[in-house]
Design a protein around this ligand. Structure first.
Ligand code: HEC
Ligand code: HEC
Length: 450
């Protein structure tokens, strides 16, 4: 099994470069490989239990409660100019448009059989995620990717884990027509089903001066999402000068984040324009999340054809609906250096938006840190050079978790407190990605792409 995985990635190198890599396919299985495969077992077991539980229905659509309300622009830490700058000139914010967008966001009638709304997978009670490893759409169909939060998505330079949509407007049309999400044959079908209701005819008329149509539908959704800025965390109050807002552990974690743990290499803008807004760099990296379990060669071959076909909707279907999903940014650019690269996610509210990574494979923040601590392994030639064994002690991992927990916005304080207890308890029982030998082992010798 392990050997097959190794071959898969190595043969992939040969395929894409046209060169064979003689002599490199003979890594002995290390303790770290065993650790990876034990993680794989957990993951495989979950997949299996999902399959046999035979879920045929999506979960119920959440109610729009208080947490669905547009957020104030006066939160501690909120960058007002940058926030206003996200509003496109051709889609200005108005109160009626935002209200229409909110109504649409929670309305299952956008989906083919009335059962799935945006909020099914972006539930305000769960900080606009679904808490699942991967999302579940119409007829209980499971996708390949973990649902990111919509909070602060207004600041994203691109949307989706692979950045395949540029704006919130472009993004919103995708799930409506994706067969494993909302399942409509085309956007116009969603429009037609809404247009049957006088409440929507009136609302579209009032906001846009014309009957329901696809362009206005995605504009209203995007306008609502632009009100979902979420700051006002303990860390924001600390930055604003309240020394006592975070504890000593979180302070040590913040130092590690910018120092030995190297997190700021990606979860921050470059030094000239440091970003304490969302803890991301608007870029894509391969941080080594389990690409080794995929047969990369046939996948990449198929994906190249797909991208060449020039059809954005088939790329969306692949990203959500099949194994090509694991290729990440490659699906958009066809550049081999983008294989298994994903967008650096922001870290605000990260404690309450698990499970983690594009495939939801890591259940707790400790799992994520175990991944980074061991440096991900030698077998992936496009692994980002900033992924290195970190040699962090257990207490230092706890400090980094404390720092990340301090990025939870005030409205999710209670959820965060519960989640921290849950994750700590879980991490106390299982740490499938921990590999101390690798974490404290030699620095990675870079596998040079051929
Ligand atoms: C069946 C679950 C599901 C439904 C329904 C759904 N989403 Fe998502 N959403 C996801 C998943 C999974 C992703 C990540 C997909 C990817 O990156 O390829 C995502 C990504 C996003 C993103 C990008 C966030 C980021 O950080 O890149 C936004 C914004 C978003 N969804 C908004 C919406 C809106 C608006 C709707 C309704 C029109 C909607 N979603 C419906 C599951 C869902
Ligand atoms: C080389 C760039 C890079 C470095 C260094 C890095 N990250 Fe990441 N981070 C990413 C990318 C890219 C992802 C998404 C990867 C994926 O899903 O495959 C990610 C994902 C995460 C996630 C999951 C978030 C979510 O919503 O699923 C957390 C938490 C995280 N990183 C924290 C950290 C911490 C803490 C450090 C330092 C120990 C760190 N990162 C170092 C680029 C980086």
């Amino acid at each position: 099994m392990i050997v097959t995985h190794q071959l898969a990635i190595l043969v992939c190198v040969a395929f894409l470069s046209g060169k064979a890599l003689a002599g490199q396919a003979s890594h002995a299985a290390t303790a770290a490989d065993v650790a990876i495969s034990s993680g794989d077992r957990v993951y495989a077991a979950e997949r299996f239990s999902n399959a046999v539980s035979g879920i045929r229905r999506p979960p119920p659509i959440p109610e729009a409660g208080l947490l669905a309300q547009p957020r104030s622009n006066r939160q501690a830490g909120l960058p007002l100019d940058a926030t206003l700058a996200t509003i496109p000139p051709d889609n200005p914010q108005t109160a009626d448009k935002i209200a229409l967008g909110e109504k649409l966001f929670f309305d299952g009638r956008l989906s083919v059989d009335g059962t799935v709304a945006c909020a099914t997978c972006h539930d305000p009670q769960r900080a606009f995620t679904d808490g699942r490893r991967v999302s579940i759409g119409v007829r209980g169909r499971a996708g390949q990717r973990n649902a990111p939060t919509v909070l602060n998505a207004l600041y994203n330079k691109t949307q989706f884990w692979d950045g395949r949509a540029k704006t919130l407007e472009d993004q919103a049309a995708n799930p409506i027509v994706n067969p494993v999400e909302m399942g409509q044959p085309e956007l116009e079908a969603a429009v037609a089903s809404l247009a049957a209701y006088p409440e929507y005819q009136q609302a579209f008329q009032k906001v846009f001066g014309r009957p329901p149509n696809g362009q206005d539908l995605v504009r209203a959704l995007a306008s609502y999402e632009r009100t979902l800025a979420s700051f006002d965390s303990r860390f924001d109050r600390f930055l604003a000068g309240d020394e006592g807002a975070i504890d000593a552990a979180a302070k040590r974690g913040w130092v590690l984040f910018n120092g030995r743990a190297r997190c700021n290499k990606c979860h921050a803008l470059p030094d000239e324009t440091p970003d304490l807004v969302n803890f991301k760099d608007d870029d894509f990296h391969n941080v080594g999340v389990l690409i080794v379990r995929h047969q990369v060669i046939p996948l990449a071959r198929k994906a190249e054809k797909l991208v060449d076909s020039g059809s954005a909707s088939s790329v969306d279907r692949a990203a959500i609906g099949n194994e090509m999903s694991a290729l990440g940014r490659f699906l958009v650019t066809k550049k081999e250096s983008d294989i298994a690269s994903f967008k650096t996610p922001g870290l605000r509210n990260v404690l309450v938006t698990g499970p983690y990574f594009h495939d939801g494979s890591h259940e707790t923040l400790w799992d994520v840190l175990d991944h980074y601590n061991k440096g991900a392994g030698p077998r992936d030639p496009w692994l980002d050079p900033d992924i290195q064994p970190l040699a962090l002690e257990e207490g230092e991992l706890d400090d980094l978790v404390a720092f990340m927990a301090s990025l939870t916005s005030e409205e999710y304080r209670e959820l965060g407190a519960r989640e921290l207890v849950r994750q700590r308890e879980l991490a106390g029982r299982k740490r499938p990605y921990r590999d101390l030998q690798r974490a404290f082992g030699p620095k990675r010798v870079e596998a040079v792409p051929p």
